[in-house]
Design a protein around this ligand. Structure first.
Ligand SMILES: Cc1ncc(COP(=O)(O)O)c(C=O)c1O
Length: 358
């Protein structure tokens, strides 16, 4: 058994929220994991501390020049046990994001061990209802108080936990309406699109607000050079079922390599679907819709898992996918994915990672 991480106890535990009304990211548990970096000591002082406000220099570099990265994953409770889903993938990706912003990498095994001990302490906070989970948010930001534009000499890593409700409210999938953004772009090749950096989300908000005002749920981004090729949705990767094949844009440096995307590709192949990762233009999709070969569209991401798309609007063209209903392939992938995640189906690839009792 690994060494126990230092725990600073809080004086009293919080009252837990009503499990039937959790929403997303609204409530936080009693504790968080904290890890500090400075240039002399490297990463040090790993500890579990009460969730609460932190002290930060007003000149902290993250606030000015945006050295900030984050991750998102979930823990599930079933049969009295708590599992994480492919957590090592998130820690691999946080290191890729850190490297891109010239921030110091962190030992992935240390982080996983820290997360397991934190979730063990907080296991009573993991909700058990259909579709509910404990959302886990690891993040790192520059803390040095200096206004020079250079990499910070100090950083803080925190992991906070938030019990969250089902994305769909009930247990059926609801197709979403998507606005294809043809004015703003999210990322360009050579930029930071493949990294999960805070600034990418700041840059996406205006387009999302405009799309919401027109009654759309999410924005579908096109490539930043020609604005012709489909990239991804606000917080999801995108998939199409075309001529019976499962097609998704190839990772080109400006798309976030989603862990749900990777898992869905593996799952689809295991289920016998042909999967293509390639460039997909918006014109190809509209044409495929008109000739009847585009039968399904869905997004993939930690929050929504697999989310069917019922409508796509691009300029003056609006297309309705599969009669605004969840398609057969989408439903099959969803059932298998959620079945494995929730412990109802076998997990031949070892995606579930049990949180031990320390
Ligand atoms: C921009 C973007 N694309 C895709 C995804 C899906 O990634 P994942 O499946 O790892 O959650 C996310 C969510 O993390 C995202 O923010």
């Amino acid at each position: 058994m690994s060494e126990k991480i230092k725990l600073i106890q809080r004086e009293s535990l919080k009252e837990k929220p009503d499990p039937s009304n959790l929403g997303f990211g609204e409530y936080f548990t009693d504790y968080m994991l904290s890890f500090d970096y400075d240039i002399d000591q490297g990463w040090h002082d790993l500890k579990i501390v009460p969730y609460g406000p932190i002290e930060l220099s007003p000149a902290a570099q993250a606030l000015h020049y945006g050295q900030a990265v984050f991750e998102g994953l979930k823990a599930y409770k079933h049969d009295g046990e708590v599992d994480l889903f492919r957590p090592s993938e998130n820690f691999k990706r946080i290191n890729n994001s850190l490297a891109r912003l010239d921030m110091p990498k962190v030992d992935e095994d240390t982080l996983l061990e820290g997360l397991k001990q934190l979730v063990d302490i907080e296991r009573d906070w993991v909700p058990e209802g259909e579709g509910q989970s404990l959302y886990i948010r690891p993040y790192v930001f520059a803390t040095e108080g200096i206004l020079g534009v250079r990499p910070s000499y100090s950083y803080k890593l925190l992991i906070i936990l938030s019990p969250s409700g089902s994305y769909y409210g009930g247990d059926s999938l609801n197709p979403t309406k998507i606005y294809v953004e043809d004015e703003y772009v999210r990322a360009v090749r050579g930029g930071v699109g493949h990294a999960k950096v805070a600034g990418n989300y700041a840059a996406s908000l205006l387009a999302q607000t405009n799309a919401s005002a027109q009654g759309y749920d999410q924005v579908l981004w096109l490539d930043g050079v020609e604005q012709k090729y489909v990239e991804e949705v606000g917080s999801m990767n995108i998939f199409f079922v075309e001529n019976g094949k499962v097609v998704t844009p190839e990772l080109n440096g400006s798309i976030l390599p989603g862990i749900t995307r990777k898992t869905v590709i593996e799952l689809a192949q295991n289920l016998g679907y042909e999967v293509e990762e390639r460039r997909v233009s918006i014109d190809e999709l509209i044409e495929a819709h008109h000739n009847g070969t585009l039968t399904e569209v869905f997004g993939t991401g930690t929050a929504a898992v697999i989310s069917p798309v019922g409508q796509l609007k691009y300029g003056d063209t609006e297309i309705v996918i599969n009669n605004n209903e969840t398609g057969e392939v989408t439903q099959n992938l969803y059932d298998n994915y959620v079945g494995i995640q929730s412990g109802k189906l076998d997990d031949p690839n070892g995606w579930r990672v049990v949180v031990p009792r320390y």
